[in-house]
Design a protein around this ligand. Structure first.
Ligand code: BG6
Length: 456
């Protein structure tokens, strides 16, 4: 038997993401027969109460829903109420299978407590099976706390047992960045400072903080999105090809990117806050940013001198996650006497809401003159015609298989914090922006001459 132990099984993340992910896996029979789902929580629920919670959560968050699949999932489910004390962990140890995955679907302050409690109860021990610890983001709230959390966990857990989640990596479209880059030989020779003038990485959301004020106000966009999801998009866009698609080889390349970022300072970031945020967060004097834009440079052979512009924010014009690279102008402009626009070619990978690739090129404007106009070649990278698992389902399956390629190694977390640290503590005003806009006007000051943010 394999136990999938979900700490925080009565909470929000479990209901919204983890149970639907398990449902998806069960529906296509990807969940191995021997997997038992063991919900853990402090609520003194009975097995039946937990089962009902599982059913209700799926009813609310899983569409479409097949009741037969729900009941198959319920059959695998059990509940273990416990406090996070040594007695609690001992009682769990008595129940646990030799092979277990412990999923920490809990606020970050619980990570050290649970990691240690499990370890002390012998539940990190692998002599009769495997034991893995799945840790949600954020891993620390700054460099010091991340290092200290790592130190605590590694008293009992080996790095190879710790699976750090960044759900962006579970997305097909994000995995496609690597396939797009390294399965197309025409592209790779162009993907460098010689041919690329700028890179823009955007993760815009139209939703606000959606009632998460108490959490979000302590975090802000830099910790919530920039330090993790955006850094992953940056590393995947910029890394060198690893020799093979293997977890450690890939992490090595990602870390090299992070380590080549030129140290940031307060002039490299613009923060914004959407109108009405303070009331929503119930903190009238809050300066927490709901938008952050950053300009950075990678001092390495491939990218020397190319600005990478990153921006992320809430309550913006629309949901839009993209990676866009602009090509340099041609070396000479043979159409200089006409109105042909130089350069301006872009290649864009749209990750959300659609999964698509756009290639913006200049073509001749029909007519007697040699004038040009841009046309956009668009192709969906996912036609919706094959099985696609949600990010959480993919990651859950990989956790069961012990495949770490889509999880974050500690040094990725560490170097992401190291580079964010100087802007994390920079005291700087937050510019208010209107709901449904492209964010604060100040973001434009980050741009080099002739560069402009693409509209959302
Ligand atoms: C989460 C952040 O990690 O990612 C949220 O905490 C954000 O604030 C979410 O809304 C965005 O994820 P997705 O998959 O909707 O792009």
């Amino acid at each position: 038997m394999i136990d999938l132990v979900i700490f925080g099984a009565t909470g929000d993340l479990a209901a919204r993401k983890l149970f639907p992910a398990l449902y998806e896996l069960e529906a296509v029979r990807y969940l191995p027969e021997e997997v038992r789902i063991l919900g853990v929580g402090r609520k003194p629920w009975s097995a039946e109460e937990f089962n009902q919670h599982l059913r209700d959560s799926l009813e609310e968050f899983q569409k479409p829903l097949d009741n037969e699949v729900v009941e198959r999932l319920v059959k695998r489910a059990a509940y273990h109420p416990m406090d996070y004390t040594s007695e609690g962990f001992e009682s769990l140890a008595k129940k646990s299978a030799d092979s277990s995955i412990f999923y920490l679907s809990l606020p970050p302050d619980a990570f050290p407590v649970i990691g240690t409690g499990l370890g002390q109860a012998g539940l990190a021990e692998q002599s009769r099976g495997f034991r893995r610890l799945v840790v949600e983001k954020p891993f620390g709230e700054d460099l010091q706390s991340a290092l200290s959390l790592q130190k605590t966990l590694t008293q009992f857990w080996d790095e190879s047992q710790i699976l750090r989640i960044d759900h962006f990596l579970g997305k097909e479209a994000v995995q496609n960045i690597l396939v797009f880059r390294f399965a197309n030989s025409w592209l790779e020779p162009l993907w460098n400072a010689r041919h690329i003038a700028q890179v823009q990485i955007t993760a815009a959301e139209s939703i606000g903080i959606e009632g998460r004020g108490a959490f979000y106000d302590k975090v802000g966009a830099v910790r919530d999105m920039l330090q993790n999801h955006m850094m992953q998009l940056l590393t995947l866009s910029a890394l060198e090809p690893p020799p093979r698609f293997e977890a450690d080889l890939l992490s090595n390349e990602k870390v090299k990117v992070l380590r080549s970022v030129r140290p940031l300072n307060s002039e490299d970031i613009v923060r914004g806050q959407y109108q009405g945020y303070c009331e929503e967060a119930a903190n009238p004097s809050s300066t927490t940013e709901t938008f952050a834009a950053v300009r950075l440079y990678l001092d390495n052979w491939r990218w020397k001198g190319v600005p990478f512009y990153l921006r992320t924010g809430k309550a913006l014009a629309k949901k839009n996650t993209t990676i866009a690279l602009q090509f340099r102008d041609p070396p000479t402009q043979i159409f200089s006497d006409s109105s042909v626009e130089p350069g301006s070619g872009w290649v864009e990978l749209e990750l959300q809401p659609k999964e698509a690739m756009h290639l913006e090129v200049q073509v001749k404007t029909p007519g007697l003159q040699f004038a040009s106009r841009p046309v956009i070649l668009t192709t969906p990278t996912n036609n919706g015609d094959k099985l696609e698992l949600s990010a959480y389902a993919t990651l859950m399956l990989d956790a069961l298989k012990g495949d770490r390629s889509l999880f974050i190694r500690f040094d990725e977390v560490e170097y992401a914090w190291r580079l964010i640290e100087p802007i994390l503590h920079a005291s700087q005003p937050t510019e208010v922006y209107s709901l449904g806009s492209d964010g604060p006007g100040g973001q434009h000051y980050l741009m080099q001459e002739h560069h402009r943010w693409r509209s959302l």
